[in-house]
Design a protein around this ligand. Structure first.
Ligand code: UD1
Ligand code: CA
Length: 447
């Protein structure tokens, strides 16, 4: 059955104490809203509607950056969760299939859990995701009658007996699209908060003879984020899960608690990741690579057998082919490094290509920026770039060419040539000895 996602994210998020809308605060390098969208993606949704309010323009931008086809509905006043869902009514007019409501601040719902909800929908009109809370706090309580969900009561409106119930509402709810909006039309705001509660649709549906049930998940999945402290806890939880998943996928993590993954990091089997490595978004590392300690990778691709670091920085567009070596204090940006090439020490390689088996000497810099424009450096195969070469782009060094150390290369170097571009050395006989004596004598005189 086709599914439409409705993701609520209009709330102000007062407790974040931020100018930025709550759902744009990041976990593992992606806004929490994107995590919710990724959860929902498990259902292969035909449509997605984000309900935005505070900072709607920013929310829309972030949502569309991840999924250009989303619709954004604006809730100008936050009058409650039913009112929020109601803002998606126009965007989903005529949609035939199920609607699933998710919260933009609840990033950890697993695909298996949503699949279980879809399965439960085959036998029930409404399916609510619930969990047994260790501390039920202010969550809405799921009130069962026989084996049906009878109603949901919000904490503020609950009796002591109802508050004693530990089965809680996650907020995630699934129903037929047309049915959902029909039910919402009947929701009022006569309650302790004066809000339109989405949770009221259960009692309304039951009174109309419909069926409702609860799918249960672990409490950690429904973790909602309301403050910076909760954000950091969510980050920690994400990292713990990502480390465990990487290890299960055959990645060696020497000190897992010091490695940080992004939401989309892919690391192949038998790759070793040493301590204190940080993966920013957009990184793929193939099998059998080694990422040595204290390296930072972002938007890059590392092929089989490559060795990166210690202390290397791979920035967006860094493409390392098989068995490439990138060593300590080397920064690579928007550059393709072909098979077996080495950039081992203290270099900046930006906007460049380096051919197979080339050796880039210590301290080499591609001078790619003239203050206004960026220019490209092309280095052929089997070259030897001497230490401390400045390659002033645009410039090409041909196959099997060399540059003398300390050269400032401003002109193309033809294949097989040696470029030496530095002042010629001159030795002045005995000069050092005489100069030392003069200086020492001056010091002795105290001047
Ligand atoms: C809601 C549920 C409660 C559940 C809890 C789980 C209702 C009435 N209550 O309570 O049963 O246990 O979530 O966390 O549904 N939002 C809007 N517009 C609004 C109001 C809310 O977009 O007008 C969004 C918020 O940004 C948030 C989500 O809906 O992402 C939940 O809203 P929130 O106010 O946190 O609901 P709770 O009171 O926690
Ligand atoms: Ca909440």
């Amino acid at each position: 059955m086709a599914t439409a996602l409705i993701i609520l994210g209009a709330g102000m998020g007062t407790r974040m104490n931020s100018d930025m809308p709550k759902v744009l605060h990041e976990i593992a390098g992606a806004p929490m809203l994107v995590h919710a969208m990724k959860s929902g993606a498990a259902l292969d949704p035909a449509r997605t509607v984000i309900v935005a309010g505070h900072g709607a323009a920013l929310v829309e931008k972030a949502a569309k950056a991840y999924e250009p086809d989303v619709a954004v509905a604006i809730q100008t006043e936050q009058l409650g969760t039913a009112h929020a869902v109601d803002q998606a009514r126009d965007a989903l007019k005529g949609f035939s299939g199920d609607a699933l409501v998710l919260y933009g601040d609840t990033p950890f719902i697993r695909p298996e859990t949503l699949a279980a909800m879809t399965a439960a929908r085959l036998t029930h009109d409404i399916v609510v995701l619930g969990f047994e809370a260790l501390d039920a706090g202010r969550y809405g309580r799921l009130i069962m009658k026989d084996d049906q969900l009878d109603r949901i009561v919000e904490f503020k409106d609950a009796t002591d007996d109802e508050r004693a119930v530990t089965l809680c509402n996650s907020g995630v709810i699934a129903a037929d699209n047309a049915t959902l909006f029909d039910l919402i039309s009947a929701v009022g705001n006569d309650n302790a908060s004066g809000e339109y509660y989405l949770t009221d649709i259960i009692a309304i549906a039951r009174a109309r003879g419909m069926s409702a049930t609860v799918v249960r998940c672990d409490e950690s999945e429904t973790l909602g984020i309301n403050s910076r402290a909760e954000l950091s806890k969510a980050e920690a939880l994400f990292q713990m899960q990502a480390r465990t998943a990487a290890q299960a996928d055959g990645v060696t993590l020497t000190a897992p608690e010091t490695v940080f993954f992004a939401h989309d990091t892919v690391v192949g089997r038998d790759t070793v990741v040493e301590p204190n490595v940080v993966f920013g978004p957009g990184v793929t590392v193939e099998s059998g690579a080694t990422i040595r300690a204290f390296s930072h990778l972002e938007g890059c691709h590392v092929s089989r057998g490559a060795v990166v670091g210690p202390y290397a920085r791979l920035r967006p567009g860094a493409e390392l082919a098989e068995n490439v070596k990138v060593g300590n204090f080397v920064e690579i940006k928007n550059a393709q490094i072909a098979d077996g090439a080495k950039v081992n020490h203290l270099s900046y390689i930006g906007d460049a290509t380096i051919g197979a088996r080339s050796n880039i000497g210590a301290g080499t810099i591609t001078c790619n920026y003239d203050g206004v424009f960026k220019h490209k450096t092309t280095i052929g195969e089997d070259t030897f770039i001497g230490s401390n070469t400045m390659l002033v782009a645009p410039v090409t060094v041909g196959d099997a060419a060399m540059t003398g150390s300390g050269s400032v290369v401003t002109k193309d170097v033809p294949p097989g040539d040696l470029a030496v571009a530095r002042a010629k050395q001159e030795n002045k006989a005995g000069f050092a000895v005489r100069l030392f004596e003069k200086l020492k004598a001056r010091k002795a005189k105290g001047s």
